[in-house]
Design a protein around this ligand. Structure first.
Ligand code: AMP
Length: 281
């Protein structure tokens, strides 16, 4: 496995592989890798000749300095996991290379897509994600790039970015990987205390409850019921719980079996913020 921070080297190596007719599958990450990330890697490896991963904790997508500071970093373990699954190239850029001094950061307009949920509660977050993903795509020039449905709104933003910038890449969505008790795998789970970790599967239980009650309750009372359940649980501070369409991610007011529908949640356990979602139609 090649490990490199050198952008000209990476570009040259990849372009030579592409000239030989090899396809490139790419998985961008922020490291602290877990089985969810590895599932994306395995899929990318299976569907392409070459697997390229990147590890970069992107400072401009953090709207909370504390979150950036405390974001888990496990570079040694990450490299070992990537080596073990047969990753061909891992790109670990330096911050100053990705954001040269004096560079003016591009501002995207994703319209209503970013006016809700993560976009609303984490101002600037998706612009930061879009900027780094565009830069990474320009370097790696993948045929296919793999993103988790765990970050459902991010996936929608990336699809929109690719369409707006006319980037020749296929975006491949990958199902959320969960712990046996239902908790969605996340690098931030490493920050939970044993008690918080025990409480955390409540988030997925509430999403399952939403799906189960869908046939018996209208959207508004069901949403309110779930909000009340969070408010009755002292372990959590709910940031949002929304039931949205799966294209524009706008809250729906009535069930419609013709529209894909996803329940999305963000909640704090102590000072750790977790998100999750579940398709209910
Ligand atoms: P991150 O390192 O958190 O930026 O995640 C890198 C990629 O892995 C993103 O496309 C995430 O959506 C995806 N990912 C993170 N956690 C999971 C999970 N539990 N299941 C599936 N994909 C995930």
């Amino acid at each position: 496995m090649i490990v490199s921070e050198n952008i000209p080297f990476i570009k040259k190596w990849i372009s030579e592989e592409k000239e030989k007719g090899k396809s490139i599958g790419f998985v961008p990450t922020m490291g602290a890798l877990h089985a969810g990330h590895l599932e994306l890697m395995q899929k990318a490896k299976k569907e392409n000749d070459i697997l390229v991963a990147s590890i970069f904790v992107n400072p401009i997508q953090f709207n909370n300095p504390e979150d950036l500071k405390k974001y888990p970093r496990t570079p040694g373990q990450d490299k070992k996991l990537l080596e073990d699954i047969g990753c061909d190239l891992v790109f670990i850029p330096q911050e100053k290379e990705m954001y040269p001094e004096g560079e003016v950061i591009k501002e995207y307009d994703f319209g209503e897509l970013t006016n809700v949920m993560e976009g609303k509660f984490r101002p600037g977050h998706f612009n930061g994600v879009a900027v780094i993903v565009k830069k990474l795509f320009d370097i790696v020039k993948p045929n296919r790039a793999y993103f988790g449905e765990k970050d459902f709104q991010q996936l929608a933003v990336i699809k929109k970015l690719v369409e707006m910038e006319k980037i020749p890449v296929q975006i491949v969505p990958c199902p959320t990987v969960r712990e046996p008790d239902g908790l969605a795998m996340s690098s931030r789970n490493k920050r939970l205390s044993p008690e918080q970790r025990k409480a955390a599967p409540f988030i997925y239980q509430m999403l399952q409850e939403t799906k189960k009650r869908r046939d018996h309750l209208c959207v508004r009372p069901l949403r309110q019921m779930i909000i009340n359940r969070f408010e009755g649980n002292d372990n959590f501070k709910l940031e949002y719980f929304e039931i949205v369409d799966d294209v524009n991610l706008q809250p729906i007011s009535a069930w419609n079996n013709k529209v894909g529908t996803v329940a999305c949640v963000a909640a704090w356990i102590g000072n750790v913020r977790l998100i999750d979602n579940l398709r209910i139609i």
